[in-house]
Design a protein around this ligand. Structure first.
Ligand SMILES: O=C(O)CCC(=O)C(=O)O
Length: 284
């Protein structure tokens, strides 16, 4: 995948996000969809993932998924007794968080995206997490307004998301929305572990409120990529349509002269550091 033009870099710096049309080929999106649905059918998903009230559920499975491939369920896929109301694969909210290391197809695709990070000035971009986000028909949960740096803090801040539409996304099936320029605001909230052995929790100041007119809807076609600055405010609505809205997303940080917060939920041992995006390209 080629890097960005000067104009695209300027647009990213101005808005805090940038859509790059047709980045993934239809062959690649199909392969990634097949991988995602394979995991959705095979992996048992025992924990629900929701962003309601900004308190992400963080059971043991969520914490362990930093090194593995785990499946998390849609809140609305369960009845009052906690039983699935539909087939397992149609109940999955997301799968993460080390797909980019463990799955050869995901690894190869992720590794193709390194030149874009270089265009944006990253010296040694490392991939810290990856996810398939399903946004299932009718029950796909909303993702509340947030800034990704809240969850993936570095000093200085450097986190950035790649989000690839594996299917067309519209305002009906839960496309992304963002506030252009909001990356110039401070990151008010931190999702951090403050005491050893404790689960991470959100703390900080309330998010700055923007009126609805400030939010841009960002419909995308299959194969389009959006780059999202770690401080830009973004969200997505629930999917009440009959159509799926599958996406592949991963986050990078600068690993040169940049500190990964020891309070982030996602931690790696010195023997198993976050991989350079460029080391993933051969898929092995
Ligand atoms: O896929 C979505 O709907 C939202 C994903 C998102 O905002 C995130 O992972 O930070």
């Amino acid at each position: 995948m080629v890097g960005l033009s000067e104009e695209q870099v300027e647009q990213f710096q101005r808005d805090g996000f940038l859509i790059v049309r047709g980045c993934a080929s239809l062959e690649e999106t199909k392969r990634l969809r097949d991988v995602a649905w394979k995991y959705a059918s095979e992996l048992e998903g025992s924990e629900v993932f929701t962003t309601n009230d900004q308190s992400r559920k963080t059971g043991d499975k969520f914490m362990d998924s930093a090194y593995g491939i785990a499946s998390f369920l849609e809140e609305e896929a369960l009845d009052e007794s906690g039983n699935l109301t539909r087939p397992l694969k149609d109940s999955v909210n997301k799968i993460g968080h080390a797909l980019h290391e463990l799955d050869p197809d995901v690894r190869r695709f992720t590794g193709r995206c390194g030149d874009i990070a270089t265009s944006l000035g990253l010296k040694e971009p490392a991939v810290v997490q990856s996810m398939f986000i399903f946004k299932q028909p009718r029950i796909g949960g909303e993702v509340r307004a947030h800034r990704d740096s809240t969850f993936l803090w570095t000093d200085p801040p450097s986190c950035m998301a790649y989000w690839i539409a594996l299917e067309d996304t519209t305002t009906e099936n839960g496309c992304l929305y963002a506030v252009p320029g909001s990356h110039h605001d401070p990151v008010e909230l931190r999702f951090a572990v403050t005491e050893t052995g404790q689960k991470p929790a959100i703390s900080g100041q309330p998010l700055r409120k923007y009126d609805e007119a400030s939010w841009a809807s960002l419909p995308m076609n299959e194969g389009d990529l959006i780059l999202i600055h770690g401080a830009v405010l973004h969200r997505s609505a629930a999917n009440r349509s009959q159509r799926t809205r599958l996406a592949y997303t991963f986050h990078i940080i600068e690993s040169k002269d940049c500190l990964w917060s020891p309070q982030n939920w996602l931690q790696r041992s010195p023997e198993s550091p976050f991989p350079s995006i460029f080391d993933l390209a051969d898929g092995t």
